[in-house]
Write a protein that binds this ligand. Structure first.
Ligand code: UD1
Length: 451
């Protein structure tokens, strides 16, 4: 019996469902002006859905972003026999009384890696689950070994066969020490979700410090869980026999916030962001401040003045991504677009993932002076006049950043693969249009793709 995933886990030829491909057409060069309201955070909402399976009682989530990943999560839960209602825009109600089918299939993992967050809660509540390994090379090389080891530390038995993890726990999971070799956001969250129903005390260390993890802690506490962040990098949980239903409002999306801050900065515009607390954006705001973008914070409102662009006043700046409170890897692509408009050479160190600089070749096609030195390092020489051309989106965050580059560019940019962006940004083209951007989205026929 194999206990860890092999590099090519699937024993059959899996072909992802055909995705309706779309393209954006952007006419650049227009300074953005006006007000935009930031949606709830994708990376919080998905985990809150998973947490709702820890109780049979109804949970109600508000400020949920209307994005593709949330729809995939809702459908994945419905396939298990869970009731997921969507009574109004941005509101979801989840009732996990009857779960008929403790099986999370390959289709769910292929559409969204975050489906693996269901491992912890389903195992803790029902004592067993079969869940597809999302780490296979067909859908991006992202291991889940830390999640699996965390479950084992809580007493679960987990085998791996034919692309699936078969997890069971003969009785309740047992609280224990979950020690990660490095910080993992979803690894922390999976361990924490499982530990809420385990017998006894669990300590997670080092625990991820992302605001979305704290949002999950808050929701779990209102469900009756005993979960505390006792030190910045330590979470302690005292397992309960059962949890109750609760209501929760999803925290605003700091990555969407950063995306719109860069939009104002690279178009030389002036915008106000609502539902956008600054306190989750420290390292990013420090970077844009060093570049010379004028950003001011007032409670949940942020004002960005990009007039420094027109005066040629943006300065190069070296950046390095890191787990929170460091600069978020999800904000590396937008920040790189900003650096393409700054005077001088900026060095980019992507320290969290190994495949997150590949998209830079697309902004190079638009005229950015970028050199990718290795999978983790690049340099950007600015400022460059970006010019509209045809580009292709490879993943969600790169997609939003190509829109930013197109907004800053002269002429028309055609961005293929627009469907990737809808995985994580609610109504992105409408939000940009409301700020005066010229952006349209059209169908591109269908083709096989997976995210
Ligand atoms: C989450 C976010 C993603 C963000 C990332 C880092 C969600 C749904 N996604 O992803 O948007 O970019 O945090 O802030 O919340 N790793 C392992 N083994 C594991 C798990 C992770 O080696 O079992 C590695 C990863 O390859 C990566 C690093 O650990 O190099 C950090 O990844 P992690 O924090 O786990 O990212 P996610 O939680 O998957």
């Amino acid at each position: 019996m194999t206990t860890v995933a092999d590099a090519k886990p699937f024993h059959w030829e899996y072909r992802p469902e055909a995705v309706a491909r779309e393209l954006f057409r952007v006419e650049g060069g227009q300074p953005l002006e006006g007000t935009v309201t930031i949606s709830g955070a994708k990376n919080a909402a998905l985990k809150l859905f998973a947490a709702a399976t820890l109780t049979g009682e109804r949970c109600r989530l508000t400020n949920v972003p209307e994005i593709e990943d949330v729809r995939v999560m809702a459908d994945t839960l419905r396939d298990l026999g869970i009731v997921v209602d969507h009574p109004a825009d941005n509101v979801y109600e989840i009732a996990s009384g009857d779960v008929e089918w403790l099986f999370v299939p390959l289709e769910a993992a292929a559409k969204m890696r975050a489906s693996f967050i269901l491992l912890g809660p389903l195992l803790a509540r029902f004592g067993r689950v079969i869940i597809s390994n999302p780490g296979g090379d067909r859908i991006g090389r992202r291991p889940v070994d830390l999640h699996v080891e965390a479950m084992r530390a809580l007493g679960a038995e987990i085998d791996y066969r034919n692309g699936y993890y078969f997890a069971r726990s003969p009785g309740r999971l047992r609280g224990g020490t979950v020690r990660f070799p490095f910080v993992s956001v979803m690894g922390t969250e999976n361990a924490m979700l499982a530990a809420t129903l385990a017998e006894g005390k669990t300590v997670i260390q080092p625990a991820a410090q992302e605001p979305e993890v704290d949002d999950l802690i808050e929701f779990l506490q209102s469900m009756g869980a005993s979960v505390q962040r006792t030190k910045p990098d330590t979470i302690e949980i005292l397992g309960q026999k059962r949890l109750r239903g609760a209501d929760h409002q999803v925290v605003p999306d700091r990555i969407e916030t950063g995306t719109f801050i860069v939009a104002a900065a690279v178009t030389g515009g002036k915008i106000t962001l609502n539902n956008a607390p600054c306190d989750h954006l420290g390292a990013f705001l420090d970077t844009v401040g060093r570049v010379g973008v004028d950003v001011s914070c007032h409670g949940d409102t942020i004002e960005v003045d990009g007039s420094g662009l027109r005066d040629g006043g943006y300065k190069a700046c070296d950046i390095e991504t890191a787990p929170y409170p460091g600069l978020a890897t999800d904000l590396q692509p937008p920040t790189a677009v900003l650096l393409s408009q700054a005077n001088g050479t900026s060095r980019v160190h992507e320290a969290v993932f190994e495949d997150r600089l590949e998209w830079l070749t697309e902004i190079r096609r638009m005229g950015a002076s970028v050199e990718v030195l290795d999978p983790n390092h690049a340099t950007i020489d600015g400022p460059s006049q970006l010019v509209g051309t045809e580009v292709e989106i490879g993943d969600l965050r790169a997609g939003a950043s190509l829109i930013l580059a197109a907004l800053a560019a002269k002429g028309t940019t055609t961005i293929h693969g627009a469907h990737h962006v809808h995985r994580g940004y609610e109504n992105i083209e409408r939000k940009f249009r409301d700020l005066g951007a010229s952006i349209s989205r059209t169908a591109e026929g269908t083709a096989d793709t997976s995210s």
